[in-house]
Design a protein. Sequence first.
Length: 357
Amino acid sequence: MSLVSVIVPTFNRAYCLPRTLDSALAQTHGELEVLVVDDGSTDDTRQLIATRYADDPRVRYLYQENRGVAAARNLGLAQARGDFVALLDSDDIWQPWKLELQLRCLQQFPELGMVWTDMEAIDPSGKVFSAAYIRTMYSAYALFAKGQLFTQTAPLREVAPDLLGVVGDAQLRMGMIFSQMIMGSLVHTSTVLLRRQRLEQVKAFDETLRFSGEDYDFHLRTCRYGPVGFIDLPAIQYQRGMPDRLTRDEYRIHTATNFLRTISPFIEGARDEIHLPRTMVDSALADAHLWIAELRFEAGEIPAARHHLWLSVRHRRGQGRAWMLWLACFLPSRLRSWLKHRYQAIKLPLRRRHGHP
């Protein structure tokens, strides 16, 4: 039986960490290790692990000074011993059959380097408010028809016939999706299972991408190295609404700038690998610059907003929103403040493409 290493970074999450760890330890695939990487917590995390999980040899506790989630995951990856590696955020919850189903998919289709799944979304009380949330959270799915996104499908009932009561008519969707991932993330980190060979190609999370975006960069590079698979079935419960989440509003500018920072080198240096129309790639860059411009405008950073607006319209000229914001940058501050509130009321969110509703 293959060993699966589960990497769980955490920071001051003792209040919710046990249900996350318990969901990992309750997997029907029993050959696993759970690496809890404490990123400098000041709460009771260390004591919690020492008391609640002291008798479970599958749980390994690692501590580092606070360096961010990317560095925490990298410490876990460096210590992982498994042939497969799963990523789990410290407030999410797995279904007990998650790893077993994913391993079946990777065993039947050895060309796949990663599989991920859909997810239920729950509120802080644990109530499910969306039974299939990934296409809501990651709006890049809407940019492609199913045949454009994945080139091959397999019924999960044939992959895992003894899990028929779980999988029903759900599908495993497979393909080479590096090009499509340039338009925005399609992968949610807590749903991922990686093959060791693919991980050795991707190597690590980029620790310079602080606060947000390190997961998108990692998954984009994972998809560049070969085919991947999406289990079109929710296998986790994704926690929304916690006050300490990294998707809260003060991190939006990091999300936006890191998105642009992630895609730009690939567009410039790996264009022959991106099989998308030039207009579509230009649209991704235009939206990224407009997203940053909006946030800079909201923060009162007008020169920076004008800079990104100019770059946005260079990639796509016909943008009423961008031109309206450009004009607003030259208005008196009082009128600009009034217009900012009006603009916020009518604008469409760009950030969902990167997974931040």
